[in-house]
Design a protein around this ligand. Structure first.
Ligand SMILES: [Zn+2]
Ligand SMILES: [Zn+2]
Length: 320
């Protein structure tokens, strides 16, 4: 009896929390202006931040999207900043990678729009890569092929070496679908060249060192939001933990993600970037931690082992 009552109290508490997040998500107007992604040369890595955990990656002349979400609402939760790129401005996409089935990473209307756009440009749809157990959500959308992977699986997909990396999170989209796997990805040109690590959603854990020693990514996209209350850090990193995770991987450059777009944690919306800035200065990493504004394209060139990143912007990109 007591147990049932406490379960009910917990459910009511969760609903109250959700309602508060939804109400707050409508409190301010949406900000940010979309830009056109800047094309980079075939030997370079281009990283365009779309917002939250969504990126357009240009790798060895191929175009990949990771966790693309263009929707202004996730069911009822409204986004705070506009997507930095419009679907109509995307190039033809070769592969879409999804880290897990959560609503802020796997958005069905966005996937349909990407498939339609690529088919219009090139006549055939992209391939999609998902963790094992997520394939049913994307099977009937019109992708040319669905590839499933588990941790440490590594395959060449459309000329890119894709490796699924472990993380500490969970995979259920609803409640009972706990069979769904989840992960991150390291994406590299099959023929060698600068590589990029997208961690997916994760807490801080020992796996970052192993990802670094096995795969040596050049650039790491690390999540810095949804860490408060403290219990959330069982599944998400704080900004300080994200920086430590980045250092563990041995990557040269870190780009923060998973902040500022959707109100998922109870921390103030501006706090993740402020804490990231403080930690960057404390550790003297100003040259290695790069905040990329939505719509901005970061260009990474890797001449003989060294690694430099420079910004390429289309139009004005003042954070508004
Ligand atoms: Zn998640
Ligand atoms: Zn998330």
């Amino acid at each position: 009896m007591d147990e049932r009552r406490s379960t009910r109290t917990a459910k009511v508490g969760k609903l109250r929390q959700l309602w508060r997040l939804v109400r707050e998500s409508y409190a301010n107007p949406m900000t940010g202006e979309p830009q056109k992604p800047v094309p980079v040369a075939a030997g370079e890595l281009g990283i365009t931040f779309i917002g939250h955990s969504s990126f357009l990656l240009q790798v060895a002349g191929k175009n990949a999207l990771v966790d693309p979400v263009f929707a202004s609402r996730l069911v009822i939760l409204r986004r705070q900043r506009r997507a930095g790129v419009k679907v109509e401005d995307l190039p033809a996409i070769d592969v879409v990678l999804l880290s897990h089935a959560h609503m802020d990473h796997l958005n069905i209307p966005s996937l349909r729009a990407i498939i339609k756009k690529t088919k219009n440009l090139r006549g055939h749809a992209p391939v999609v890569v998902v963790p094992n157990g997520v394939e049913d959500l994307v099977r009937n959308l019109g992708f040319s092929r669905v590839e499933t992977m588990s941790w440490w699986d590594s395959e060449i997909v459309e000329g890119l070496r894709i490796t699924m990396t472990p993380c500490q999170h969970w995979g259920a989209r609803m409640f009972s679908d706990t069979h769904r796997e989840f992960g991150g990805y390291v994406i590299a040109p099959a023929a060698g060249g600068p590589s990029i690590y997208h961690s997916g959603d994760t807490a801080y854990f020992g796996g970052f060192r192993e990802i670094g020693s096995r795969l040596r990514p050049d650039v790491a996209l690390m999540p810095i939001g949804a860490y408060f209350p403290d219990s959330y850090r069982g599944v998400h990193t704080s900004p300080e933990e994200a920086v430590q995770a980045f250092l563990d991987t041995g990557a040269q450059t870190m780009i923060p993600m998973h902040y500022g777009t959707f109100r998922l944690g109870r921390e103030p919306m501006d706090e993740p970037l402020e804490r990231l800035a403080a930690e960057t200065v404390r550790l003297g990493l100003e040259d290695r931690v790069r905040v990329v504004i939505e719509g901005e394209t970061l260009r990474v060139v890797k001449p003989s082992g060294a690694n430099t990143a420079s910004r390429q912007m289309a139009g004005a990109s003042k954070r508004s």
